[in-house]
Design a protein around this ligand. Structure first.
Ligand code: AMP
Length: 179
């Protein structure tokens, strides 16, 4: 039944944002639609409930929104992957390149469950660069990342190339950036 829900209708598409030629897939229209948000979390629970995941890691900031209810429903720890400079404790850090410029993500060393499988979550997977950087800081702490999840996937941006050997799951895929 949950599979029949039309998630596409619940995603606002904004052309030429944040710059010319980009179609922005806006998940705020999922969050203001309780049926759509519940649909996403229910699907995630169905997919991951029997997969022996040790913890869920959400990527700042929209990844947090989907990671937190999943961690609660599965009864497993929630780890925050933050943009650099925001965590007070000792961290692992990974720098990476964006389409324009550079960025870095950090994680508290004490949050990483060494030897456990961590599921990484973001709202949307485009080039896979952010998830790849997040994966590497979890691995620095001795955790493994075999699965990543995004509500939306843009496979034409070749995210699988940056995530070799990783099982990537998305609830909806778009094949181009046209309206
Ligand atoms: P990437 O590292 O290229 O996979 O980029 C993923 C991050 O950028 C995610 O956290 C997304 O929220 C954001 N992002 C990239 N492209 C888009 C897009 N077309 N629409 C909405 N968000 C995007």
């Amino acid at each position: 039944m949950a599979q029949d829900f039309n998630l596409d209708d619940a995603i606002r598409k904004v052309p030429n944002y944040p710059k010319e030629g980009i179609l922005f897939f806006d998940i705020t229209s999922i969050l203001t639609n309780p049926e759509a948000f519940r649909h996403c979390i229910d699907r995630m629970v169905d997919i991951y409930k029997d997969q022996n995941i040790g913890a869920v890691a959400g990527i700042e900031s929209r990844g947090f929104i989907f990671a937190a209810p999943l961690a609660d429903r599965l009864g497993i720890p929630l780890i925050l992957v933050r943009k650099a400079g925001k965590l007070p404790g000792e961290t692992y850090r990974q720098d990476y390149n964006l389409e324009y410029g550079a960025a870095a993500v950090e994680i508290h060393k004490t949050d990483v469950p060494a030897g456990k499988d961590v599921l990484l979550i973001d709202d949307l997977i485009a080039t896979g660069g952010t998830l790849n950087a997040a994966k590497s800081i979890l691995e620095q702490g001795g955790a493994t990342v075999k699965k990543v999840f995004g509500v939306i996937g843009l496979p034409f941006l070749n995210y699988q190339e940056k995530l070799p050997g990783v099982e990537v799951t998305t609830l909806i895929q778009y094949q181009d950036e046209k309206m």
